[in-house]
Write a protein that binds this ligand. Structure first.
Ligand SMILES: Nc1ncnc2c1ncn2[C@@H]1O[C@H](COP(=O)(O)OP(=O)(O)O)[C@@H](O)[C@H]1O
Ligand SMILES: [Mg+2]
Length: 369
C-alpha cells in the first residue's frame, strides 16, 4: 500500500511567523474512516519523494492542532502535493501548494486580473515582478482557491468544504466514495451514453451556478472533477477568475465547457456539440439574466452574433493587440505600459457597466414578479 508513516512527532520545526490559520467551526465533514478498516489505500505510487518544505508545512498543521496526523500521500499534481490527513474522527485532504519555481503552471498573470490588490505599492510590486511582488502573487494564488471554494460553498455549489487555510496549505473535505476512499476523477470513470449525458448536464449546472456567482473555473477538465455517488464535485480552483473583471473570462468559460464536452463526447459524440454553446451562457450573463436553471438551447444558432461580425473581428484584433502590448510592456516599453493601463481602465468601466446592467435587470425582474 502506498501509505507513508504518520508524521506525528516528526520534529520538523518551521519558525514561520505568517500563520493565518482560520480553522472553521464546522468540522463535522470530511471522509469518514471506513468502518473496520485501517489506513486508507491512496492512489499515490509506493515511494513518493516529499519536499522538506512540504513536510514542514504538514508538521506545522499538526503543531497548531489543525490536524492530528498525516495518513498518506494522495496525489502529486502540477501545482500541489496532496495528502489524506486526519482530524479525528474524520479524514480530510491537505493541499500543499508547490513553490512557484517548482510549479509547471507559472504564467498566472492573466488569471490574476480582476482580483483585489490591496494597495498601489502592491500593484507596482506585482507589475515589476520584484521579490515582494512574487511573494504577493503566490499569496494571491493560494488565497484565490480558498476564496472561490468559500464563495461557491455559500452558493450551494458542489465543491469540497474548507476546513482551514494556513500559509501554503488548504485543508478541505475529502471527497470520498462509499467506502471512504478518495473519489475517482471523471477521467477514470466508465460511463454509459446516458450516464455521460447526465454527467454533462450536472457539470453544466455547476458551471452556470459558478457564473451566477461571478466565477469561471478556468482549468476545468476531467481531472478536476471528482465523481462521487451523488454526482460530480468540482475541485482545483486557484485559477478561478472573476467573470466581471477578467477580460479572458468568456474565453475561459468556452474552454472549460469544451474540455468537459471533449472528454464526454468520446462516449456520446452529441455532447461535443453541446460543449460549443458556452456563448449562450455568456450572453445571458452579460445581459444580466443568467439564472442557475439556465441551459443553452442546442437549436439556437449564433446568427445574431454573426450579424455583428464587425464587432467580433474588432474584438479579436483587440485581443491580438493586447497580447503584443503585454509583450512590449514586459520588455520595458513605457508606452506599451501606458496603453495597457488605459485598456485596463476601459475594461473596468465596461465591467462596471455590465454589473450595473445586471443589477438593473435583476431589479426590473423583481419588480415584474
Ligand atoms: N478534496 C479532495 N478529495 C479527494 N481527492 C482530491 C481532493 N482534492 C484533490 N484530490 C485529488 O488530487 C488530485 C490533484 O488535486 P488538484 O486540486 O487538482 O491539484 P493540482 O492542481 O495539482 O492538479 C485531484 O485530481 C484528485 O484526484
Ligand atoms: Mg488538478
Amino acid at each position: 500500500m502506498g501509505c507513508a508513516p504518520r508524521f506525528r512527532g516528526h520534529g520538523v520545526r518551521t519558525g514561520r511567523s505568517d500563520r493565518t490559520s482560520k480553522l472553521r467551526e464546522a468540522r463535522d465533514f470530511g471522509g469518514r474512516r471506513p468502518p473496520g478498516e485501517g489506513l486508507l489505500c491512496c492512489q499515490a505510487p509506493r515511494r513518493v519523494p516529499i519536499a522538506r518544505s512540504t513536510l514542514a508545512h504538514l508538521q506545522a498543521l499538526i503543531d497548531d492542532g489543525v490536524i492530528d496526523s498525516v495518513v498518506c500521500p494522495l496525489k502529486s499534481g502540477k501545482e500541489a502535493d496532496l495528502f489524506v490527513v486526519e482530524r479525528a474522527p474524520y479524514h480530510y485532504v491537505a493541499k500543499v501548494y508547490k513553490d512557484r519555481a517548482q510549479r509547471s503552471f507559472k504564467n498566472d498573470a492573466g488569471y490574476r486580473e480582476g482580483r483585489g490588490v490591496r494597495s498601489g505599492r502592491d500593484q507596482r510590486a506585482l507589475a515589476k515582478n520584484t521579490r515582494y511582488g512574487r511573494r504577493l502573487a503566490e499569496e494571491h494564488w493560494h488565497a484565490a482557491e480558498v476564496e472561490a471554494l468559500l464563495a461557491l460553498e455559500r452558493a450551494g455549489a458542489r465543491v469540497p468544504r474548507v476546513l482551514a487555510h494556513e500559509g501554503r496549505v488548504l485543508v478541505m473535505e475529502l471527497i470520498a466514495d462509499r467506502t471512504g476512499r478518495p473519489a475517482p476523477q471523471l477521467a477514470q470513470v466508465p460511463l454509459s451514453k446516458e450516464g455521460a449525458r447526465e454527467m454533462y448536464e450536472a457539470i453544466l449546472g455547476q458551471v452556470v451556478l459558478m457564473l451566477c456567482n461571478d466565477l469561471v473555473h478556468g482549468d476545468l477538465s476531467p481531472y478536476n472533477i471528482l465523481v462521487r455517488e451523488d454526482g460530480p464535485v468540482i475541485i482545483d480552483l486557484p485559477q478561478a477568475v472573476s467573470a466581471a473583471h477578467n477580460r479572458q473570462a468568456a474565453r475561459l468559460l468556452e474552454r472549460d465547457l469544451a474540455a468537459v464536452a471533449r472528454h464526454l463526447g468520446l462516449i456520446d459524440p452529441e455532447i461535443r456539440r453541446l460543449g460549443r454553446l458556452a456563448w449562450q451562457i455568456w450572453a445571458e450573463y452579460e445581459g444580466g439574466t443568467l439564472v442557475p436553471d439556465f441551459r443553452p438551447d442546442p437549436e439556437r444558432t449564433r446568427a445574431a452574433a454573426v450579424e455583428d461580425l464587425g464587432g467580433l473581428v474588432g474584438e479579436l484584433r483587440a485581443a491580438a493587440d493586447e497580447a503584443d502590448l503585454e509583450r512590449r510592456a514586459a520588455a520595458g516599453d513605457r508606452d506599451a505600459r501606458k496603453l495597457l493601463r488605459a485598456a485596463d481602465r476601459r475594461a473596468a468601466r465596461q465591467a462596471r457597466r455590465a454589473a450595473e446592467a445586471k443589477e438593473a435587470a435583476a431589479a426590473a425582474a423583481k419588480e415584474a414578479a
